[in-house]
Structures are given as structure tokens and as C-alpha cells.
Design a protein around this ligand. Structure first.
Ligand code: PAF
Length: 279
């Protein structure tokens, strides 16, 4: 497995690669969610590249950049065991050298939901993903459905910028009790971890109501809130039922594919989750 630590190293390695290249961008501290994306690429692509880069640009000033969990040796062992061909681990200095001043903004989609709660976050994501794409030049890139808004922003960006890259979405991988896997789950204390599955249970309650014929958007949002509010230690930030592509909130009846998503704080940890609803 090749380790490439700068854009120049990656370009040199990439120039010698033949065949279809699949790419799994990550911020490391890998879990089954990441590895499921790696496996998708290993099935479909002749060459699989992963990246590990905790991107400072997508963290706000009061967010968890410094304490974001990191374990490069463990991550590399996991990727090697999955048969990954190369790992791109650029330094922040190599990605954002002095004088850096070019950014990618996906305008409207980045203002909603997570974008409203985390100003600048998606500008940081879109900018780093374009830079990673430029270095790796993949034919396909894999993103998890857990970060639903990120996935839609990347799809929009690839379309708008005519990037010749197929974006593949991987299913959210969950713990046996339903909690969506996330590198940030390590922040939860045992008591917080015990109540965290209520988030997915709330989403499931609304999905069941939807399957039983409920189409009123506000009643579906309320179904989520009702379950989650049973636990006073969970502070819901939002419950959204939005158009699956534009993420604009749906008022009235749900007549088209929709994304039901939420964000909540448990103690100092902010968690997100979602399910798709298809009429
Ligand atoms: O989803 C993530 O881990 C990050 O947002 C990504 C796509 C690797 C960009 O830093």
C-alpha cells in the first residue's frame, strides 16, 4: 500500500496508474461505515485510494478540530487489510500553503440545515473535496448517506463543475441498537451512549407512519420529536423533512422523495442522522 503525503507525491503516483480508480475520502478514525465504502470500491474499481485528512477548513472556531479523534497507525492497518492500493495523507501545510485563497461554495444547499448551524462548514468540505479530487483524479468517489447534506452538496458540485466523477452513495452503517456509526460517537459517555439510539428510533417512528400512509409533513416531523423528547438529556436542534434533492423544507403533503433528518446535542456531542422517504 502506497502512502502519499503531498499533492505532488500523489500526482506522481497517479500518473503511473492504469485502470479505473475509486476514491474514499475520510478524516480518519475509521469505522465500519468507512470500511463499507472501501469494500464497495474494491468490488467495482481496479484501484482503490483512500484519503485521511482532518480538514481544518471545515471546522468552526468553537468546534472540535483539536480533539477530533486520530489514530493513523490503526487506520492504515485497517485500510491495508481491505486491500486499498494507496492512501493519501496530505499535511495541512501542503493543502493550504501560505497565500491560499481559492474556495468552492455550493450556494443555496450549503445555507440550509447543517450549513445554518455550522457557517462555513460546507465551503470547507467542498473546497477540500475538489482538491482531493484534483490530486487523486478518481473515476468514482464514495460518500456515506449518514452525511446526507454533504452527499447532496458533492453531487451538485460535481454536476455544476462538470467533473467527470461518478458519486456513489453508501448506506449508513449502524450499531446493533440503531445508532449511526460516526467517529464522534467516541465523545459520548456511557450514559449518553445509552440514550443516543433514541434519535434513530424517532426517525423510524416517522418512517413507519409514512409507510402506513401518513403524508402530512408537519405530523411526520412531530412523530420524530415525540419520541426523541422522551429523553430530556437530548437537545434536538432541528427535525427537517425536505425535498430529497434541494433540501428545501416540504410544507403540506409529501408527494415526492424526501429526506427526514435531524441534529441533536447529547451533552457536548452533536449528532446527526437521517432516513429517506420515498412515496
Ligand atoms: O465526511 C468526511 O469525512 C469529510 O467531510 C470529508 C468528505 C472527508 C471532507 O473532509
Amino acid at each position: 500500500m502506497e502512502l502519499l503525503r503531498s499533492p505532488a507525491e500523489m500526482h506522481r503516483w497517479r500518473a503511473g496508474v492504469r485502470g479505473s480508480v475509486g476514491f474514499v475520502p475520510t478524516m480518519g478514525y475509521l469505522h465500519e461505515g468507512h470500511l463499507s465504502l472501501v469494500r464497495l470500491s474494491r468490488q467495482r474499481d481496479e484501484v482503490t485510494v483512500a484519503s485521511i485528512f482532518v480538514n481544518p477548513m471545515q471546522f468552526g472556531p468553537n468546534e472540535d478540530f483539536e480533539r477530533y479523534p486520530r489514530d493513523e497507525a490503526r487506520d492504515l492497518a485497517l485500510l491495508e487489510a481491505e486491500g486499498v492500493h494507496a492512501v493519501y495523507l496530505p499535511t495541512a501545510g501542503a493543502m493550504y500553503p501560505p497565500g491560499f485563497q481559492t474556495y468552492v461554495t455550493v450556494e443555496r444547499l450549503s445555507q440550509l440545515l447543517e450549513g445554518a448551524a455550522r457557517p462555513g462548514h460546507f465551503r470547507g468540505v467542498a473546497t477540500v473535496v475538489v482538491k482531493l479530487f484534483a490530486a487523486v483524479q478518481p473515476h468514482r468517489a464514495y460518500f456515506g448517506k449518514k452525511d446526507a447534506q454533504q452527499l447532496r452538496i458533492i453531487r451538485r458540485m460535481v454536476k455544476d463543475l462538470d467533473l467527470p466523477i461518478e458519486i456513489v452513495a453508501g448506506e449508513t452503517v449502524r450499531e446493533p441498537d440503531g445508532l449511526a456509526m460516526s467517529s464522534r460517537n467516541v465523545y459520548l459517555s456511557p450514559e449518553e451512549r445509552a440514550i443516543a439510539p433514541l434519535l434513530y428510533r424517532g426517525l423510524c417512528a416517522a418512517r413507519e407512519a409514512f409507510a402506513a400512509g401518513e403524508r402530512d409533513a408537519e405530523r411526520l416531523r412531530a412523530a420524530v420529536r415525540e419520541v426523541v423528547s422522551q429523553e430530556p438529556r437530548i437537545a434536538l436542534e432541528y427535525v427537517s423533512l425536505a425535498d430529497d434533492e434541494t433540501l428545501e423544507e416540504i410544507e403540506g403533503r409529501v408527494e415526492r422523495p424526501a429526506l427526514l433528518s435531524l441534529a441533536a446535542r447529547i451533552g457536548s456531542t452533536r449528532l446527526i442522522d437521517n432516513v429517506e422517504l420515498a412515496p
